[in-house]
Write a protein that binds this ligand. Structure first.
Ligand code: MLT
Length: 283
């Protein structure tokens, strides 16, 4: 065998040995889990559950850092540009996939600049309103929306967020224009819904279920094809004649491109996600 190939073999073996050693020692310091939306919202809630479980399992703290803005693309950019050593991760949802269509100057390519680790959760969305909304059911709410049109404001977490996409699907299905109000996340938006500053919001059950049960907000429909087990009385949009308003929100864990396979793969992070995968449809 000629000298050059042996040298490459040596380099390859060295790289492999280093990566294996690196993976075996991983993690040696705390991990940062970036949430691209404000604290107290659904993505933040899922991230903190995952961070606690992963931290306990990996025996290193996993710290959640909220970097919000522009429908989640500010936080995603931070991770796309972060060192690919496994210590900076991103929890994002399907907004990761829709961002290129809505942000022509996006600073990353979701298909190229990230190493997907695993799907963490799937969950329904609910159409909710302020607690003093006069409408008793979806039929009355649609009539109220059509009567008030642009005077109806609905909250969302920025262009391309799932609360925004759901609101757009609703407006298209009803052929009515409401007034969108952008927040850094549906966590802060919920504060304004609770104080009746906002009329409507389409948000994940992770963030709405408890407030619906306590009667602080009203619910009119869910976006999944089947009713949600914990709120059987709430109709689906599909059975209410609006099948186009259909959304199940997936959340996934991502690392920067080039993060060593042994770190993101089955022997490490991916295995943890598989074990700890959260079922948020039973809220
Ligand atoms: C959040 O955590 O605020 C939501 O996931 C944002 C969104 O509606 O996309």
């Amino acid at each position: 065998m000629r000298a050059a190939p042996i040298r490459w073999l040596y380099v390859l073996l060295l790289a492999l040995a280093t990566t294996q050693a690196f993976a075996q020692g991983f993690p040696e310091k705390p991990i940062t889990l970036v949430v691209p939306f404000a604290a107290s919202g659904p993505t933040d809630t899922i991230a903190r559950l995952l961070a606690d479980a992963m931290g306990a399992d990996l025996k290193q703290p996993v710290a959640v850092e909220n970097i919000s803005g522009a429908g989640g693309t500010v936080g995603a950019t931070r991770v796309a540009k972060a060192p690919n050593d496994g210590y900076t991760l991103l929890l994002n949802h399907m907004g990761q996939a829709t961002a290129p269509a809505l942000y022509p100057k996006l600073a990353y390519d979701p298909l190229v600049d990230f190493q997907p680790i695993g799907r963490v959760s799937d969950g329904p969305m609910t159409l909710v309103a302020r607690g003093n909304m006069p409408a008793r059911d979806l039929k009355e709410l649609i009539a109220w929306i059509k009567t008030n049109g642009k005077n109806v404001n609905f909250a969302h977490a920025g262009r391309g967020s799932v609360s925004h996409l759901c609101g757009l699907l609703l407006m298209k299905a009803l052929n009515v224009q409401m007034t969108p109000v952008a927040y850094k996340g549906t966590g802060p938006a919920m504060t304004d819904l609770l104080s009746h500053q906002i009329d409507l919001m389409c948000d994940q059950t992770t963030n709405t279920a408890v407030l619906i049960r306590s009667g602080q907000i009203k619910v009119y429909a869910v976006t999944t094809n089947a009713r949600v087990p914990s709120m059987k009385d709430v109709p689906t949009f599909a059975e209410s004649g609006l099948p186009a308003v259909a959304l199940t929100v997936w959340h996934g864990l991502f690392a920067p491109k080039g993060t060593p396979k042994p770190v993101v793969g089955d022997s490490c992070l991916r295995a943890r996600v598989r074990i700890l995968g959260l079922d948020v449809s039973r809220d």
